[in-house]
Design a protein around this ligand. Structure first.
Ligand SMILES: [Zn+2]
Length: 210
């Protein structure tokens, strides 16, 4: 992304946030864009506001902690990351939890004790394991019948994600993402943002774009 594109992105999200101060997703994306631009103090303010709107949004703690570290505010970073780690652990958000664990370790701070694992055994075992962080299906997880998307990511979804998680994305969260971020899916920007949110939800951040 060029500096001009970055500036345009920041302006875009700033306008969205001004238009709807309750829009947690736009507030989060503004924070991310500011962070990527090195504007840490402003990013901190955006992430803090996001957490007021959406206290269980575990990834925000991770980014907020990271910005605080870059600002040299270590004590505050430890406080935020410790709280965020617990929130992420309770919600089963494995990727942000582990990222925050690493940041805490880098600050010589202890990682909190994990909550007791949930018992998910109700006798049914489909033999399929869903790899989406935060999946609540456990042994009841059922695979999708067909590849949900025509490209490589569809193959990965079929292999790694259960039908309940995919349905949750498709019927609920994808619509929230499109509406709240006002994405135009016919544009490269809109499609890119959509993909990014879908990958985050599915826990696919480790694999580069196909
Ligand atoms: Zn699942």
């Amino acid at each position: 992304m060029t500096p001009a594109e970055r500036a345009e992105q920041i302006t875009r999200y700033r306008n969205m946030v001004q238009g709807d101060p309750e829009d947690d997703l736009a507030q989060f994306r503004l924070g991310q864009a500011l962070m990527e631009d090195g504007q840490y103090a402003e990013a901190v303010a955006s992430f803090e506001r996001t957490l007021v709107l959406s206290p269980g949004f575990s990834r925000v703690f991770q980014y907020l902690g990271d910005c605080l570290i870059k600002e040299g505010r270590k004590e505050k970073a430890v406080e935020v990351l410790t709280r965020g780690w617990t929130v992420a652990d309770e919600r089963g958000d494995r990727l942000p939890r582990d990222a925050m664990g690493k940041l805490l370790t880098s600050l010589d701070a202890p990682i909190p004790a994990p909550a007791a694992p949930k018992v998910e055994d109700d006798g049914t075992d489909t033999g399929f394991k869903c790899h989406r962080p935060g999946c609540m299906e456990g042994k009841r997880a059922k695979p999708l019948a067909v590849t949900p998307l025509p490209d490589a990511i569809g193959v990965r979804i079929l292999r790694d994600v259960c039908s309940a998680c995919w349905t949750m994305w498709l019927k609920d969260l994808s619509i929230k993402v499109i509406n709240e971020l006002r994405l135009d899916l016919s544009s490269d920007f809109g499609q890119g943002e959509y993909d990014r949110h879908m990958r985050e939800f599915l826990g696919f951040e480790d694999e580069p774009k196909a």
